[in-house]
Design a protein around this ligand. Structure first.
Ligand SMILES: Cc1ncc(COP(=O)(O)O)c(C=O)c1O
Length: 364
């Protein structure tokens, strides 16, 4: 049994072949079709396709003009990409505490960390479970800050019936190899405002307006760059993989939800194991199924012996030397030493899921 899997649909092969035959590999018609479908199928608002989730996050900070002397409040329970993009802009990452019961940033800790320099709040939907977005957006707007959601794990998740990707000023998704939807590597930045959307499209390709700049007689596009831009566009080959995979995304997210519901029913009374909290007003996309276990190493070894892989996936990032030390993150401390995820993905058979449940119930 694998801990992760990679989903490539049949349609992806056909669409990738179309791109090969066309010999047009750069960002073009496939990228545009992929963006249209991300919006139509999943309700993502103004998605700008890019070449990674990290690029999507960085582009958001760049478009929002976050820079030197600005502070960005984030969750430590994430992958380093979330903190790195803040440093890339020369801004200061400020770590807030999380909720032990969800792994998500705690709005009351955000309030404690707000200063006059706070420019943005960057919540991470751990494992695909949406953060307290109403509270977070309210704190942001009261304090003149904006919200950038790190939704790398949360494609297909919903908060109060709204798709993640349609709520805050910016939302960044990852389409890296083992996510619900993959383009190999890739991502998308969703922008609520048209102005941000237009700027994001420009800045993902060197600050050049690709859609409205045609080549001169000399053979190069006519342009005048007035913003720092990047080479972040998603090429047509990667977009073809993504577009094909959108055909099966509903089934994949539903499979994660079905497995999670089974785990929730079967594992709720296992001694020494605590499920995370799930509120009825939101629906996780369950990229991960994280549980809290006090004797974690014994748990890992016992499950390994029974053929079931487990992983912490990411440990708190604030302990990396580049970020310095943030004292007082007590829930993060506890979560970091107890959290562990069990397999949940589209490649699991019913027998695999039964094997995981049995392995956990046998104890450690
Ligand atoms: C929470 C989180 N944010 C950002 C990223 C970065 O995404 P990518 O690998 O597509 O750059 C990841 C990667 O897995 C992640 O887990």
């Amino acid at each position: 049994m694998e801990f992760y899997n990679t989903n490539i649909s049949k349609e992806s092969f056909a669409l990738a072949n179309e791109v090969f035959s066309s010999t047009y590999l750069s960002a073009g018609k496939m990228a545009a079709r992929f963006e249209t479908e991300l919006n139509r199928k999943l309700g993502l608002e103004n998605p700008v396709s890019v070449n990674s989730g990290t690029s999507a996050l960085h582009l958001a900070l760049s478009v929002a003009k976050i820079g030197r002397d600005d502070e960005v409040i984030l969750s430590p329970q994430t992958f380093v990409a979330t903190g790195m993009v803040i440093l890339m802009q020369g801004a200061k990452p400020v770590f807030a505490d999380i909720q032990y019961e969800t792994g998500n940033i705690d709005p009351s800790s955000i309030k404690d960390k707000i200063t006059s320099k706070t420019k943005a709040i960057l919540p991470v939907h751990w494992g695909g479970y949406p953060c307290d977005m109403d509270e977070i957006n309210e704190i942001a707007s009261k304090n003149g800050a904006l919200v950038i959601e790190d939704a790398a794990h949360a494609l297909g998740a919903k908060y109060k019936n709204k798709p993640i990707g349609s709520i805050s000023q910016f939302t960044a998704f990852s389409f890296q190899a083992i996510k619900h939807l993959t383009t190999g590597d890739g991502g998308a930045l969703c922008c609520k405002n048209t102005e941000d959307y237009e700027l994001a499209k420009k800045c993902r390709w060197f600050g050049i307006d690709r859609e409205n700049s045609s080549p001169s007689i000399l053979g190069e596009r006519i342009y005048d760059i007035n913003e720092i831009g990047y080479k972040y566009h998603l090429n047509d080959l990667a977009s073809a993989i993504g577009l094909g995979n959108l055909q099966t995304i509903d089934n994949i997210v539903n499979k994660h939800i079905t497995i999670a519901n089974k785990y929730k029913t079967e594992l709720k009374d296992v001694p020494g194991l605590k499920l995370l909290n799930y509120s009825a007003d939101r629906e996780s996309s369950y990229w991960l199924f994280t549980v809290l276990v006090e004797k974690r190493e014994e748990f890992i070894r016992a499950l390994k012996d029974r053929g079931v892989p487990t992983s912490v996936v990411h440990q708190r990032i604030d302990r990396n030397s580049i970020f310095g030390i943030t004292p007082g993150l007590y829930n993060q401390e506890k979560f970091d030493s107890h959290q562990i995820s069990i397999p949940i993905h589209n490649g699991l058979t019913e027998a695999d899921v039964e094997q995981v449940i049995k392995a956990v119930k046998e104890g450690w």
